[in-house]
Design a protein around this ligand. Structure first.
Ligand code: ADP
Ligand code: MG
Length: 277
């Protein structure tokens, strides 16, 4: 389990980016952090494996408080892998395979194991065949997938992904949500930030809404997307699917207080409405 207790962080004396954030993520969960640009999502994520040290508050992983000496950081970074928002902050090796191999090599794994992990990670993100390519020749979306492979190859217990779907094409986004679900089925805890309200209910079990350095909402997708004040404050909207059913309700269809969030839920609701009429 990962717990954050009342974290405060300022980049400068006159601006506090995190104003006291507390949250808990259970082992095996997929949670998403939503919030407008500048809300503090990336700042929060950079605390999760000690890249940033909070001015106040603690990060606790499996009951152990994160410490900031080299040895502790190494240990925690094996547990918690972060995929940065901008892949250019993450990728620096001359070729894709060297980049993905960097983390596992640093863990001191034998060469054969490293090669297996690199291969498997590249297959999983759909980038096998690009091993010898220089990362700077890749598109933004491809770089993002390589960055994800680099973290996958470390086999972390908790994966933190900062806006992993931004810059991916539609198929890439669907592929990534599938991958997140698969990884979660294998036992990896997943924390992501995203603006993609349409897909988030397909994979996230709980949502946190961050605004101006404070959490303003926490709950299941059903709970959060039923709170217009929170959505408004955080510049979010309900999934398109939900919007359709809200409009149908205005036309007189009875939703019985249950609005679909995903395409599958929408299909079931349509069938139900059709069978009634
Ligand atoms: P988000 O990821 O939700 O878009 P960020 O965590 O990147 O938000 O930013 C939160 C706030 O902190 C913003 O006001 C942003 O301008 C500020 N900020 C982020 N990074 C830096 C930095 N390196 N130096 C100074 N201010 C920063
Ligand atoms: Mg960000």
């Amino acid at each position: 389990m990962l717990e954050i207790k009342n974290i405060k962080y300022s980049y400068s004396t006159n601006y506090q980016a995190l104003k006291g954030v507390s949250l808990k993520v259970k082992k095996g969960e997929i949670v998403a952090i939503l919030g407008k640009n500048g809300a503090g999502k990336s700042t929060l994520f950079l605390h999760l494996n000690g890249i940033y040290k909070p001015d106040e508050g603690q990060v606790i992983i499996d009951g152990e408080e994160l410490k900031y000496d080299k040895k502790s950081l190494l240990k925690f970074r094996q547990k918690v892998g972060i995929v940065f928002q901008n892949p250019d902050d993450q990728i620096f090796a001359p070729t894709v395979e060297e980049d993905v191999a960097f983390g596992p090599l640093n863990l001191g794994l034998p060469m054969e194991e490293v090669q297996d992990r690199v291969e498997e990670a590249l297959v999983r993100v759909g980038m096998s065949g690009y091993e010898k390519i220089a990362p700077h020749h890749l598109s933004g979306g491809q770089k993002k997938r390589v960055a994800i492979a680099g973290i996958l190859a470390m086999k972390p217990e908790i994966m933190v992904l900062d806006e992993p779907t931004s810059g991916l094409d539609p198929q890439g986004v669907v592929g990534l949500s599938k991958l997140l679900k698969e990884l979660n089925d294998e036992g990896i805890t997943i924390i992501i930030s995203t603006h993609d309200v349409d897909l988030v209910p397909n994979y996230a079990q709980r949502l946190f809404v961050l605004d101006d350095g404070l959490l303003i909402g926490e709950g299941t997708p059903k709970e959060i997307f039923a709170k217009p004040e929170i959505l408004e404050q955080a510049n979010l909207k309900v999934p398109i699917v939900t919007e359709i059913f809200q409009k149908l309700e205005k036309e007189g269809f009875d939703m019985e207080g249950d609005y679909p969030l995903t395409v599958d839920e929408a299909k079931d609701k349509f069938l139900k409405l059709l069978s009634k009429n």
